[in-house]
Design a protein around this ligand. Sequence first.
Ligand code: SF4
Ligand code: SF4
Length: 425
Amino acid sequence: MALEDFRADAMRCTRCSYCKWIPFSLVKSWEFSKGCPSVDYNNFHNYSGGGRLLTMLSLMDGRSEVTDQVVDIAYKCQLCGNCDVTCKVCRYDMEPLAGIREFRRTLNEQGHVPATYPAIIARFRESGNLFGVSQARRANWADGLGLKQLGAGGVDKTEIVFHAGCRYSFDPSLKTAVRAAASVLKRAGVDFALDSAEGCCGGKPYDMGYREDFVEMAKANLARWSAAGVKTVVTPCATCFHTFTRLYPEIGSTVKVLHTVQLVDRLIKDGSLKLTKSVPMTVTYHDPCHLGRQGEPYVPWNGQEVKIYGQAVVYDPPRPRYIGAYGVYDAPREVLRAIPGVELIEMERSKEAAWCCGAGGSVREAYPEFNAWTAGQRVQEAKSTGAEAIATACPGCEKNFAEAVSADGAKMKVLDVLELVEQAL
Ligand code: SF4
Ligand code: SF4
């Protein structure tokens, strides 16, 4: 793709501003009606999905040039995808989110990136992960769990591999959640192995616009899985899930991917997991963007853009439309409802209308104040439900909410769904 491939979208944008809100049919109150953290925080049209398309068009037409402000507009966005969902309620065939990603890739290739990016990508290239920690320590989180290892003196083959991801592997504050996820699968008798040579999924470099780094990381993972006979990858990380399901197929992956909440939902339903202990708690569930509205299955498309009567742009054959409605919404909710004692209370903005945790699109790394503000907004919404805990299914969301709850002084617990499952076993 190239920026020019989004010219039709940019020209078709009617500046209606619908992408600044959640779909109007889902609005329950003025307080929680906004959908785009970026335009809400920056309070200027160019920071919305439509505003970014407008900025791209101006650059393509040579009416403006890349300034620090343009760089800020391109990257101060969580790539949460709310604009993609709301735009498609009224429009056909527009892809604001894909356009913003291409905007970033183009600027990145020209050397225009936020100040923190060079150090971050250097860490990825030197150590193979976001944190710059030795890869030899990647599986330390699983010490003492007695899990099967792929490679490093363990097994040579496995049909199911457990991919923890960088955050779970190296952030000690998230260790309880990832250990719970692996322990629950083991208790259910799932025959899986950890990958001793697990590499970063590449999702973060992709979002930062470092497309070649992403391809390199993806190919390394796919080659190792292929050699080991892996048929299914199970991950507790929503970002890895999205990367494997939506981005890897673009470079030829056919591996089956499950988020741990999907697998655990099946294990509860087929009787492999029996939740017997009561966990009395009111819980509100936060849909991670990468598992929810961006967690829809990949649909291959190899068509072309054509013009009717030299005017209207259409796609032949029709392009798949990712509208956010078919993300992974039911599995985490059904798992929570299966836990004795848990009462699930929905936030006003849920499923495809969920407000982002703030961490997406590398905003956590590049714009810490904006990241914290966005997470704080979601914590206020969670508090308004009266729930005792926020449960989620993504390490980025969990980390952000834990910090935001602490900053707020709220009494809420922040948990992964599978931590609650483990308590119920
Ligand atoms: S991107 Fe879509 S929703 Fe946003 S202003 Fe343009 S047409 Fe409207
Ligand atoms: S991806 Fe999210 S933060 Fe970025 S413009 Fe769209 S709605 Fe706003």
